[in-house]
Structure formats: C-alpha cells, structure tokens
Design a protein around this ligand. Structure first.
Ligand SMILES: Nc1ncnc2c1ncn2[C@@H]1O[C@H](COP(=O)(O)OP(=O)(O)OP(=O)(O)O)[C@@H](O)[C@H]1O
Ligand SMILES: [Mg+2]
Length: 507
C-alpha cells in the first residue's frame, strides 16, 4: 500500500516546472529524483513535505505519517545554535525531555566526534553542516525521508558513511533523494524519477540502468516521430496528386478520397510528438587572462592552523606554477579549506596576511567560496552583474541569457534561485573577473551533470592555473594535473589521487 500518493501534480513558478505527475511512494522505495538545474526537484520535495502548495493536483499521505525533510541549504537562524542543541530544538516540545536520548543515538549513528557536538552549526565544515541537518530530521523519528542533494559539501569518506547509514535504515522506510551524484544514486536507490515539464518518467531501476532505459525510450519515440512525420508527408504528396487528377477528371470520388487522405495526414501530424529534448541550463564558460610570471605562488613552509590556533600541518616549500591544476586532497578537517583561506587572504588582502605565502604581483584571483557567500541573496542576478562589472545593461542581459538566465530569472532575487542556478551565477561572476589563477572550494556542488562536465572542460581546455578542493572523484580525475595530499601534519606531492580515494573507502 502506498504511503504517499501523488496524483496529477503540477507546479508553475514563472514557467511550468512539472505537470500531470503521478507517483505512488510505497514502503521499501528508495527513489532518485533526477533533472537538470532549476527544473523543480527541490520544489517537488517541498510539495511532498507539505511546505509548498502545488499549482495543480493532489498529494495524499497515509494517516499519521511523519515525513523528515532535509533541505538543500542550511535554513537561516540555525548557524548560531550548537550542533547538539539544534537536534534538541528539532524535537517537539512534549518530547524534548522524554525523548532526549534520540539526540545521542543520532549523533552516534553518524559518528559525530564529541568535540564537534558543542560547536555552533555555522562553525562546522560544510560537510558536517549537511550531516547536522540530517541528524536534526532523524531525531524526529520519521517514517519517510526526503533528502535534497545530500552529498553536496560531503567529502568522500562522509559520502560513503552516508551510503552505509542509508543502507542501515529500516528497509521499509521510503527515501526520496534529489541528487546529481551518479555513483551515490546507484548505491542508494532502487527507483528513478526523471522529472520533466511534460511527461516525467519513472523506472524501477537505480540511476545508471534507468538512464539507459530512458535513453532507449527517448530514441524509440524519436524514431516513431520521424516515421509518422514521413508517412504524413507521403500522404500529403499522394493527396496532392489525387487532387490534380480529380480536378482534371471532375471525379467527385477522387475529391472525397483526397480529403480523407489529407485528414489522415493531419491526424498523424497532430498526434506526433517530438521526443524529449534536454534543454541546457545554460553555458558555463571561464575566462583566462595571461601572465608572464612562471611561478604564481610560493609557499614558504607555511603553517596552517585551526581557527583556535592548533597546528594542522606545515606545507614545506611549494611552488604553484602557470598551468598547474592542483587538487588538494586530505581527510575531513585536515585543513584544506584553511589553506585555501590563507592563500586567498595572501592574494586578496596581502596587508592582512601573516602567512609565509608570496603571490606574484600580476596575479588576478578568481575565487569561489563553498557557500557562495559572494552572492547577495536579496540582489537580482542582473544587479549582481551590473554592480560588480563595467558592462552595460544590454551586455549584462546577454551574458546572463547565455548562462541560462532568461529575462524572468534575471529579475528574481538570488535567494529564490535553485542551488544550481546560484552556482551558475557564481561561475559567470568568476568568468567576468577575468582571472589568471582560480581558487575553487567544492565548485561542483549543486551543478548538474552537464554543468560539471562543462566546468571540467573549461578548466582543462583553457590551460588555466588553479588550486581546488573537490570531493567529486570523476571531477578530480578529469581536472587535476598535480595532487597535494595533507597527511600526518605534512603536505605531500603525490602522483595521482587513487591511493587516497581507496583509503577513504576503507575507513
Ligand atoms: N519562491 C520562488 N519564487 C520564484 N521562483 C522560484 C521560487 N523558488 C524556486 N523558484 C524557481 O523554480 C525553479 C525550480 O527550482 P528548484 O529549486 O525546484 O530547482 P531544482 O531542480 O531543485 O534545481 P537544482 O538542481 O539547481 O537544485 C527555478 O527556476 C527557481 O528559480
Ligand atoms: Mg534543488
């Protein structure tokens, strides 16, 4: 019996996101929700969670069903609250005392180190913030889970831990997961919904197999469409011929026949639907300003510390040269983001930097922060571009359109954009900064698969220089040409990331 039944559901937010969606969610379902950026995955989850009203259709939930919903981003107001207390606040008042044991169970089941339990959510790493949101929902003892891009910000070790955690949940508990992480979907789901504006498709298969089945259906629909259109054309030619003969011979019979053939052609043309064409969510392009300097950055045995001043590691003497695309590898908490911050400060605000880091004077930095804090939530994309760059209104509009922001999206506040749309805006800002060195912290978070591949090819094709942190195995393999591993309080150069990847899966 279905626990949640979705009938004829549709949402229009500016444009129709999805329509006539039917879905029965039953015990044991682990459903992946897949679509490009901005197509309505988060919107659908909000409808199911009951925090957003659909434009059309119904959702019925079985009586008393508790739905746990983990949002794509940290909700405002949570940053100041310590991890442990945030879980307590999630419990309903009447359970706060009697059910407090749930908090420790949730913290233990996610292996949260004791030192982190009293830290405010805002001071946790991006990965722990995501797990904190998950734990907050878990303490409420839900009967069904909705997870919106749960692997964003998680490092590889945590992704694997999350996979194990999901596998350990009661088998009957349905879980819906919106994600762009193919490997994660394959490991955690048994059904896949491809969300589409007109005809969404559901398969009782995990992602990769479902994708194959979908591609076959799309291809066979395209063949049928082409065949029907060809038949209709033939009928029309036949009708034209008969019409001529009919006129010349004055035969009523032929005129009637002509009409019938034309009607058949019309019926075929009306019924024929072209196969689904994936619309791109916009182009991702990067600029690359040249420089004559060969060495861009020198690390002179820099000391990297925690914000509290504890030693994390020392870099030794290191050089970042033009054309280097360095991936920083290391366990969570090893100090990757700390080093990125030190380098950023040394370049952007050298007067404030105490670290032994030297950047060449011609260095133009392109920096993207993991939380996209560089974007103002209440500003529109158009205002964001016009305020920062000396481009006129027209040029700003056409740049935005190229990046996937139609007229309507250009005028919405950044705060209501989908996660991927924000990332795409951040990429356009990066491009217009025209840097010669990129410092990127988890740049593929929120980007759909097409966007991830576009970023990969821009970074490699343009011979950019960059230092990046990423948990995405295929992205790291495609982009990196040097690898720095932080281990045992030292920074080591390694040939490739494979040993690190396999050690993460063993932990
Ligand atoms: N409150 C809102 N007002 C207007 N438009 C909105 C609002 N919330 C979302 N949208 C728009 O609805 C569309 C779908 O957004 P949604 O967040 O559901 O996408 P998504 O598929 O989850 O994308 P992503 O992969 O980037 O997370 C986007 O174009 C977004 O800008
Ligand atoms: Mg989303």
């Amino acid at each position: 019996m279905a626990l949640i039944t979705i009938k004829n559901l549709g949402v229009t937010l500016g444009a129709p996101l999805f329509s006539q969606l039917d879905l029965a969610i039953s015990p044991g379902d682990r459903i992946g929700i897949v679509a490009a950026n901005g197509r309505g995955k988060s919107t659908l989850l909000k409808c199911i969670a009951g925090t957003l009203d659909a434009t059309a259709g119904d959702i019925s939930r079985s009586r008393g069903l508790r739905i746990g919903y983990v949002e794509q981003t940290v909700p405002p107001g949570l940053s100041e609250i310590p991890f442990h207390d945030a879980l307590g606040h999630a419990l309903p008042d009447e359970q706060a005392e009697t059910e407090a044991w749930r908090i420790d169970v949730a913290l233990d089941s996610l292996d949260v180190p004791p030192a982190l339990r009293q830290l405010p959510i805002g001071r946790l790493s991006g990965g722990w913030q995501r797990l904190a949101l998950l734990a907050r929902v878990f303490v409420t003892d839900p009967d069904a889970l909705l997870l919106d891009e749960p692997t964003n910000h998680l490092d590889l070790e945590k992704i694997l831990r999350l996979e194990t955690w999901l596998a350990s949940l009661p088998r009957e508990m349905p879980v819906l997961i919106a994600s762009h992480d193919r490997a994660f979907l394959d490991a955690t789901t048994n059904r896949t919904l491809f969300l589409r504006a007109e005809q969404s498709r559901m398969f009782s298969l995990p992602y990769s197999l479902a994708r194959k089945a979908l591609d076959e259906i799309d291809a066979s629909e395209e063949r049928r469409y082409q065949k029907d259109m060809k038949t209709a054309q033939q009928l029309r030619r036949q009708a034209a011929k008969l019409n001529n003969i009919g006129i010349n011979s004055g035969s009523d019979l032929l005129t009637v026949k002509t009409k019938q053939i034309r009607q058949r052609a019309e019926r075929l043309e009306d019924a024929a639907r072209p196969a689904f064409q994936e619309r791109s969510s916009g182009a991702i392009r990067l600029a690359h300003r040249g420089t004559h300097a060969k060495v861009l950055i020198t690390l002179d045995n820099t000391t990297v510390e925690t914000p509290q001043g504890g030693l994390l590691f020392r870099t030794g003497k290191q050089w970042i040269c033009q054309g280097d695309r360095i991936v920083l590898l290391g366990r969570n908490g090893a100090g990757k983001s700390q080093l990125v911050n030190l380098i950023r400060t040394a370049i952007a605000e050298p007067e404030k930097s105490a670290a032994a880091i030297k950047a060449t004077p011609s260095l133009a930095l392109g920096y993207s922060d993991q939380t996209l804090a560089q974007l103002a939530e209440n500003e529109t994309p158009l205002a964001t571009i016009i305020r920062r760059f000396e481009v006129g209104d027209q040029r700003a509009r056409s740049l935005l359109a190229g990046a996937g922001f139609g007229i309507e999206l250009q005028a919405r506040p950044v705060g209501v954009l989908s996660g991927g749309q924000k990332s795409r805006l951040a990429m356009l800002v990066l491009r217009l900064t025209n840097p010669n060195f990129y410092l990127l912290d988890e740049p593929t978070n929120h980007l759909d698969i097409e966007g991830q591949e576009a970023l990969e090819s821009e970074l490699t094709a343009q011979q950019t220089s960059c230092l990046l942190v990423s948990h995405d195995r295929s992205f790291v393999r495609a982009v990196g040409n040097r690898f720095w591993l932080i281990e045992n309080r030292r920074l080591l150069e390694v040939d490739d990331p494979e040993a690190f990847f396999s050690s993460a899966s063993e932990r």
